[in-house]
Design a protein around this ligand. Structure first.
Ligand code: GDP
Length: 433
């Protein structure tokens, strides 16, 4: 979805505004998966339009606790946004710092709504009118704390959002299959992309039935054209260094939204980091097919190999269903292994188990391993079906809630019986009393 960035000096009320917006009745909110500690991005909806809200309030201090220059922080946020809400303190008016931000905003030519916050009485309006002088159009007086005016602001914002296809979570179909190449900075994403593209980079115009999208790249692998989505973000390295980890996460989420399958890239030269784990989790939560690739294999020596195996078992146990390829972006070693892994993952991701087979499988399973009796009761599974794929989703109709342990057991057996390599699967229950 398009991105709304909320910028402004510290203490003008950005976070309060974000809270207000996401608590507004129409706004449906969920955290972006993977961003656990610093909640800085939210999915919201207003008048039927989905958008992502970026709260820049949370990261005004860098790792060393130093306040970065506000304008510099704001600039990064603005570059990533489709629409900008610029918040000033309505009781103070525009300060020198605000004016610096305005200069930057003029250069960026992004749509801006100007908000004067903390305006709660008629008297407060005195500081609002002079804000017209900033040249950003009409200032919206609001009280983020009490909610006055925020509905009007959202109406204005929604009008400025680009008319993009609303993909938020919906998986696009048609054309070359879409791959998101994800991973923390320096795992070698752009190196791998270069190696894969090599001389075989496909000219966009040659690909039949596709709409040209300059942020995507078309690459031929295993005799087939693949669409690597949002590679502009992968290649923009300079920018990365300035931005916080948060932007890496935001980009990862956007790429996943557009993709059918993710290649999560890790590198053997460093231990699995928290960020690696978070990115993997985002891929899993996205419901896309998944391939894990270990890069920089050329750097692996015997000792490291021993520890790596243990690390993989420990850190990646929960995604052991994803096919793993070891590659070297530097030498090109094993680059031909990627396409078959992608094929497998996508095939299983689209898989549908016929209802008859599914129920036969469950019948045998339950006969051999009945659900344990709990408090004199034993829930029975009446019927199972797979209503959808991409990824496969199963529904079990039962006479009571199944133990989580038993559910995991069914999940495990499903994976052993049918081939779900490379795809997450989901089981839900409908209890019939
Ligand atoms: P990105 O931030 O994920 O796009 O990572 P880059 O592609 O920019 O790579 C980061 C660093 O790792 C660069 O110095 C690359 O030269 C290096 N690198 C990437 N792939 C490999 C590899 O397969 N082997 C080795 N030895 N170095 C690599």
């Amino acid at each position: 979805p398009p991105v709304l960035a909320i910028i402004g000096r510290p203490n003008v009320g950005k976070s309060t505004l974000v809270n207000r917006i996401i608590r507004a009745r129409q706004a449906v909110v969920e955290d972006v998966p993977g961003v656990t500690r610093d909640r800085v991005s939210y999915e919201a909806e207003w008048n039927g339009k989905d958008f992502t809200i970026v709260d820049t309030g949370g990261w005004e201090q860098d790792a060393k606790g130093i306040h970065k220059r506000v304008a510099e922080q704001a600039e990064i946020a603005v570059d990533e946004a489709d629409v900008v809400a610029f918040v000033v303190d309505g009781l103070v008016g525009a300060t020198a710092v605000d004016e610096a931000v305005v200069k930057m905003l003029r250069r960026k030519r992004k749509p801006v709504v100007l908000l004067a916050n903390k305006v709660e009485t008629e008297a407060h309006m005195a500081e609002v009118y002079p804000l017209w002088n900033l040249g950003l159009g009409e200032p919206y007086p609001i009280s983020a704390l009490h909610g006055n005016g925020t509905g009007d602001v959202l109406d204005a914002v929604v009008k400025l959002l680009p008319e993009t296809a609303q993909h938020g979570g919906m998986i696009p179909i048609g054309g070359p299959r879409r791959v998101a190449l994800i991973g923390r900075p320096n795992v070698g994403k752009s190196s791998l992309l270069n190696k894969l593209a090599g001389s075989e980079r496909v000219v966009v115009d040659d690909v039949a039935g596709t709409t040209r999208d300059p942020v995507d790249e078309y690459i031929e692998l295993g005799g087939e054209t693949w669409r690597f989505v949002d590679t502009a973000g992968v290649r923009r390295r300079q920018h990365m260094a300035q931005g916080s980890e948060y932007y890496a996460m935001l980009r990862t989420q956007r790429a996943l939204d557009k993709a059918e399958v993710a290649v999560a890239l890790l590198a053997v030269d460093e231990p699995t980091s928290e960020q690696d784990v978070r990115i993997l989790q985002m891929a899993v939560d996205s419901g896309r097919a998944l391939v894990i690739a270990y890069n920089k294999w050329d750097l692996l020596d015997e000792e490291r190999r021993y520890y790596l195996e243990r690390e993989i078992n420990r850190d990646l146990g929960h995604v052991s269903w994803a096919p793993r390829v070891n590659v070297s972006a530097r030498t090109g070693w094993h680059k031909d292994k990627l396409a078959p892994a992608l094929d497998t993952a996508l095939e299983n991701w689209s898989q549908r188990i016929p209802t008859g087979r599914l129920n036969a499988f469950l019948g045998e399973l339950v006969a051999a391993h009945p659900h344990p009796v709990r408090g004199g009761k034993q829930p029975r599974i009446l019927f199972a079906t797979q209503p959808s794929s991409r990824p496969p989703k199963f529904v079990l109709f039962t006479t009571g809630f199944l133990d989580p342990g038993y559910r995991r057991f069914i999940m495990r057996r499903l994976r052993e019986t049918f081939d779900f390599t490379g795809t997450p699967i989901d089981i839900s229950m409908r209890v019939r009393e």
